[in-house]
Design a binder for this molecule. Structure first.
Ligand SMILES: [Fe+2]
Length: 266
């Protein structure tokens, strides 16, 4: 959630249908065609299963309404179309109601490779896919409930937990390292980098560590947290997340592993 965006929300009509142009549908088609190839063998089985369950269209932007129908039956979730930028109050409230806030616009052709704001491709392809999985869905719900109760300062910590799981989580299945985070799975460059580059640090997932780790939203991640089993998120969903935040705050933040923003070019 940045401070400004050139993109405008697409508003559903009285039947809950969002009107998209042919050009916008063709952007989805090209994003989908590229990303479905890149993720093959790189995302976890649960993600592949989610794509099978959702059966997203290849050649047009799916309507939140139709994705909601599948999710509702599977895990009780639905997709709530929102403007590109929403505040934390609204974000947490929607998650606490099992409504996934999805930016409704799609990027322009100039931004096929990189976009800082989340667009509908990121939301639907990257996120709703994993919301078909019960442990993941339960964790996201618990996260929303904790966020509603959290103070402004606690939310800074809570945002990191989301970042290092829902957005940028990796998972180890036996000898196979794979992706479940939607921020990675919707980005062709980071899909490859997160698994195959020697640059980032990959640490076993520990919620307290994740809460203590600062991040930047405008570069590939320098740290990834690796989950053992998706069901570990079940456990986390049943933990007092605000108590974990108190512990993390008492221990303090880790030093950033990325360069300060203004010195990057040096
Ligand atoms: Fe996201």
């Amino acid at each position: 959630m940045g401070k400004s965006t050139k993109y405008e929300a697409k508003v559903p009509d009285e039947n809950g249908i969002i009107p998209y142009t042919d050009e916008e549908h063709s952007v989805w088609r090209d994003l989908y065609a590229r990303q479905i190839e890149v993720i093959r063998g790189r995302v976890c089985q649960e993600f592949h299963d989610g794509l099978d369950i959702l059966d997203l269209p290849h050649d047009r932007i799916p309507q939140p309404k139709e994705v909601s129908e599948v999710l509702r039956e599977r895990t009780g979730w639905e997709v709530a179309p929102v403007p590109a930028l929403i505040n934390f109050d609204k974000f947490f409230k929607l998650l606490s109601e099992k409504k996934f806030p999805a930016a409704s616009f799609i990027r322009t052709r100039e931004s096929m490779d990189y976009l800082q704001e989340p667009d509908i491709f990121h939301e639907i392809f990257g996120h709703t896919t994993m919301l078909t999985h019960q442990a993941f869905a339960d964790f996201t719900h618990a996260y929303g409930l904790a966020g509603v109760k959290a103070s402004k300062k606690e939310r800074v910590f809570l945002a990191r937990l989301y970042w290092f799981t829902v957005e940028f989580g990796l998972i180890q299945n036996g000898s196979q390292l794979s992706i479940y985070g939607g921020g990675i799975a919707s980005s062709p460059g980071e899909t490859v980098y997160s698994l195959e580059s020697d640059e980032p640090i990959r640490r076993p997932f520990d919620p307290i560590d994740a809460l203590r780790t600062p991040y930047r939203i405008d570069i590939y991640q320098t740290v990834y947290y690796v989950l053992d089993r998706m069901d570990d998120l079940f456990e986390l969903a049943n933990t007092d997340l605000l108590a974990l935040i108190r512990k993390a705050r008492a221990l303090g933040e880790f030093e950033p592993t990325y360069p300060p923003k203004n010195k990057e070019a040096a």
